[in-house]
Write a protein that binds this ligand. Structure first.
Ligand SMILES: Cc1ncc(COP(=O)(O)O)c(C=O)c1O
Length: 338
């Protein structure tokens, strides 16, 4: 959420402002007060329309969110999405990053894409900016093709900024993208995408649950799972230590703290609400996901079985190094609750 952004965008003289040196230009951002709106794990990181109304009542003028959301894998759909847009109409600018819009499992994989566009009454009047591109749902990150849908006035200003900053997307790739965006083709592509990724999501969810993780909700979109590690043994119950332990098994996850919004760095790292989380991606191929989940199991096995000598072991005079091996086979290990 960036208060004050609207004033800058609406001047119509944005291009002039941006003709300054980079340092001065970046200095402009200091005028924006970014206020994160924390969502609650207890209700699956849902965005409640009431919360948005509350923020607007206290004077927020721009609301920025991705929908669907990375890293929680949750999406807000109609009628609540429409309700939020109604609350904001004529009061605040809404910016939706819809890069993951195709990865939605809320409509039985029928190819439907959740988008705020559906609720826009007049594209030039509604203060709604929708950002999308080829990176995620068309799986072409290297093309660097993205677009923004919104009122002409905004698009003109953003276009000026973009062409000044990086010159914009190269024309051959833009031209190659147009036939790919033909609606019937997109619909067929999204249907295949949703079916394929829902299978991978269900696989990952199933494996994690069998390992003992309790998932408070099944992610309804994206290809990410926000995994709570707090029930694991202390040695691996935070994102950084779990990440390190996974590296030993050639598995990569992203420590949760990388997703923390901590403007002005007011909070200590260990107080972060993301500290005990990692983001798991089920983007890779199924065979790779299988290897990844096998790696998770090895990590957990290594850490949850606390070797202790059982009587048979002690009586047999087995060396301490052997206890672990014997315990892992299930004779005397202590299985921590996950
Ligand atoms: C919410 C969101 N929007 C957009 C993008 C796409 O960014 P890029 O095209 O720079 O990879 C990402 C990438 O992870 C993302 O998470």
């Amino acid at each position: 959420m960036y208060d004050g952004f609207r004033a800058c965008d609406r001047t119509g003289g944005v291009a002039d402002v941006w003709q300054t040196a980079y340092n001065e230009m970046l200095g402009l951002f200091r005028n924006f007060a970014a206020i994160p709106i924390p969502l609650s794990r207890a209700d699956g990181y849902h965005i409640h329309p009431d919360k948005i109304a509350e923020e607007i009542a206290r004077g927020t003028s721009v609301i920025l969110t991705s929908n669907p959301r990375n890293p929680t894998g949750q999406v807000i759909t109609n009628p609540e999405l429409a309700q939020i847009q109604d609350i904001c109409r004529d009061r605040a600018t809404l910016i939706f990053d819809e890069f993951y819009a195709g990865y939605s499992y809320t409509t039985n994989c029928d190819g439907t894409v959740v988008s705020a566009a559906e609720n826009v009454e007049d594209v030039n009047e509604d203060d709604v900016l929708i950002i999308d591109g080829l990176t995620k749902r068309f799986r072409l990150p290297g093309w660097r093709v993205a677009w923004i849908v919104g009122p002409k006035e905004f698009i003109k200003a953003i276009g000026s900024c973009g062409s000044y900053l990086d010159g914009g997307t190269n024309v051959p790739f833009q031209e190659a993208a147009i036939p790919m965006l033909d609606p019937p083709k997109v619909h067929a592509e999204m249907k295949a995408l949703q079916t394929h990724f829902r299978t991978k999501r269900d696989y990952i969810v199933g494996r994690l649950e069998r390992m003992g993780f309790k998932l408070p909700y099944t992610p309804n979109s994206t290809f990410y799972l926000w995994l709570d590690l707090s029930g694991l043994p202390e040695s691996i119950n935070d994102g950084l230590n779990f990440f390190n332990a996974c590296l030993d098994e050639k598995v990569i996850v992203v420590p949760g703290i990388f997703f923390d919004l901590n403007p002005s760095k007011r909070r200590d790292l260990f107080d972060s609400p993301c500290h005990h989380f990692v983001r798991v991606s089920y983007g890779p191929r199924m065979e790779v996901l299988e290897m990844g989940m096998d790696g998770f199991e090895r990590v957990i096995k290594k850490h949850v079985f606390i070797p202790r000598p059982n009587r048979a072991v002690v009586e047999a005079g087995v060396r301490s190094a052997d206890w672990c091996a014997i315990d892992i086979r299930g004779t005397g290990g202590v299985r921590a609750r996950i």
